[in-house]
Design a protein. Structure first.
Length: 192
């Protein structure tokens, strides 16, 4: 009986270790200011997609030229009628070329437990270089999970994460063009 129990514990331990090895663990953080524009107002060359690889806003034609960029797209900005917001690539309201990407990631958004003031304090504490664990903890503590951020407002803090855990990001909405709602100014930190 002892031998059977020992073997069972050993097998369970080995299974648990394998399961954890399959899970992606981010090791670095990159940050960037990004201005994402609206495709409807600015046309197909609008930089309305955010890439975790380049840490910039990119246009659909630029992304479509390089297949390695497809899987790095975390979100796109869209503004048409009541669909104003930031969307997961697999949930974008309009198909206008991204259906040809080799990979369209599924991304989930959560409202951050941090407010803008708390984020500013953390920014000062870490001199803008957040540790990976801060981003991962912020994701775990986020609320109101959804596939898009509708009507983002200046001062809001959001989290997003790809379904495979490859990318986890903190997104601060720093500003928006109040006249046409055609551009969002964001600060983005990506754990990868």
């Amino acid at each position: 009986m002892k031998k059977l129990l020992s073997i069972t514990v050993l097998l369970f331990t080995l299974y648990s270790c394998k399961k954890n090895k399959d899970e992606f663990i981010p090791t670095t953080i990159q940050s960037a200011d990004a201005n994402v524009g609206n495709q409807k107002v600015m046309g197909n060359h609008s930089k309305n997609w955010f890439s975790a690889q380049t840490m910039t806003a990119m246009s659909l034609p630029d992304i479509s030229k390089d297949a390695s960029l497809h899987e790095s797209i975390l979100f796109g900005f869209y503004n048409e009628g009541d669909k104003y917001g930031i969307y997961s690539p697999d949930n974008f309201p309009k198909v206008y070329g991204q259906e040809n990407w080799t990979t369209r990631r599924s991304v989930i958004f959560r409202r951050s437990a941090y407010n803008f003031e708390q984020l500013s304090e953390l920014f000062n504490k870490y001199d803008g270089n957040f540790p990976v664990q801060l981003i991962l903890d912020a994701w775990k503590n986020g609320i109101d999970e959804k596939k898009q951020i509708t009507y983002p407002q200046e001062g809001e803090i959001w989290m997003c994460r790809t379904s495979d855990g490859r990318y986890t990001a903190l997104i601060a909405v720093n500003g928006l063009n109040n006249q046409l709602f055609d551009m969002l100014q964001l600060m983005v930190w990506v754990a990868k």
